[in-house]
Design a protein around this ligand. Structure first.
Ligand code: ZN
Length: 202
């Protein structure tokens, strides 16, 4: 399975001149929601990710995702693993687990995102799981932006990765590409203007 081709075919791997939420500029942008708009593709990706996790031997009771981005990927992954699914959401800036979702003491919880860049949101959600007594046994994402070391991957963890070193991280593939500070952006130097993904219908 070639993750990059799946993203390209779904129109989820965008090329242009993007202003990222970090304030940096990039020639590429991943719109993971787009790759999941076809439920058949979502199911296939989740099955492949579940296979990696099962081959590793990870015991999972529950998958938990941070809303909104991780919910579709996490739900499909839970289905593929045959376990239940809950999500955490940000309320007034704080990641919380609400809606009657409960985590039992000792429950093995796998955290899931659509894509992990530094892992900040999913790490916050994992702390909520731990507060309720859950054991965070792993992190998972469809795609890895290349800052964190994943099981079976070639890349080493970068200082920007926020995921803990002692918990395995599973993803289907890596997407490495350069990001630039605005004043050093070669695309800006060529005269084009960065725009926020989503602001032009993407
Ligand atoms: Zn630029």
């Amino acid at each position: 399975m070639n993750l990059k081709n799946i993203y390209i075919d779904a129109g989820a791997y965008l090329q242009g001149h993007f202003l990222l939420s970090s304030g940096k500029h990039s020639e590429f942008y991943l719109q993971s929601a787009k790759v999941l708009e076809d439920p058949k593709v979502a199911e296939e990706l989740a099955k492949n990710l579940a296979k990696i996790i099962q081959e590793y031997g990870l015991k999972v009771d529950t998958v938990c995702s941070p809303a909104l981005g991780g919910v579709l990927a996490g739900y499909e992954l839970a289905r593929a693993l045959g376990v239940r699914f809950i999500f955490a959401e940000r309320v007034a800036g704080e990641m919380t687990i609400r809606r009657g979702f409960e985590v039992k003491a000792g429950e093995n919880v796998l955290m899931c995102e659509d894509i992990i860049t530094t892992g900040g949101s999913v790490l916050e959600a994992s702390r909520e799981v731990q507060k309720q007594g859950g054991v965070v046994v792993g992190f998972a994402a469809l795609a890895n932006r290349g800052f964190c070391k994943r099981v079976g991957g070639d890349l080493e963890t970068q200082p920007t990765c926020k995921l803990p070193n002692d918990v395995p991280f599973f993803a289907l593939g890596d997407f490495e590409f350069d990001v630039y500070d605005a004043d050093e952006c070669p695309l800006c130097k060529n005269g084009s203007v960065a725009y926020k993904p989503g602001s032009r219908g993407n």
